[in-house]
Design a protein around this ligand. Structure first.
Ligand code: ADP
Length: 158
């Protein structure tokens, strides 16, 4: 069974994240979306809220589940029998950070591969922060955030 983890902050999950999940779910038997702590970020939503929102968006995928992870991503992957870490790349700006992460993970565990999915053009500008900024200012977030969670996101940011 080919298992992959898709780690991230997901604060909250966006249409860009969901598109990566959808594409990856066709390439692997099981995708574990892992809500991990990023020490550089102060999330708006609690881990439980982020997990519930991901679950609302992945309910139609039979082979995708959401979990709250901790510790090193490679250790978390190994514990879950995942041989692959999935990440998304939007623009050149992502590349340097993602390369650094992937290389570090390679040095920590060379049995686990990082696989990158290139963002679709309609999502290449999209981040959780952009979506939150638009929601905070009362803008329309239907192009950015899955419809299952729009009311939750608006309620938190209004
Ligand atoms: P992290 O704090 O780990 O970067 P994020 O939730 O911001 O967590 O992102 C998780 C992963 O999803 C990262 O690899 C990021 O580049 C990717 N990603 C984020 N937004 C998009 C998008 N719009 N399209 C494709 N990939 C994305």
């Amino acid at each position: 069974m080919k298992i992959a983890i898709y780690p991230g902050t997901f604060d909250p999950i966006t249409n860009g994240h969901l598109n990566i999940i959808k594409r990856a779910s066709k390439n692997f038997d099981l995708i574990i979306v892992a809500i991990m702590e990023n020490i550089k970020k102060k999330p708006t939503f609690t881990t439980i809220e982020r997990k519930e929102m991901i679950e609302a968006c992945i309910k139609d995928f039979q082979n995708v589940k959401a979990v709250v992870g901790s510790g090193l991503t490679v250790d978390f992957a190994k514990k879950n029998n995942a041989g692959v870490i999935i990440r998304g790349i939007r623009a050149v700006a992502d590349y340097e950070y993602e390369l650094q992460q992937a290389t570090t993970n390679m040095l920590l565990n060379d049995e686990i591969e990082t696989v990158f999915y290139v963002a679709r053009p309609e999502y290449s500008f999209l981040s959780s922060s952009v979506a939150k900024e638009v929601a905070y200012n009362g803008g329309d977030i239907t192009k950015f955030i899955p419809e299952e969670i729009i009311s939750r996101v608006k309620a938190k940011l209004k």
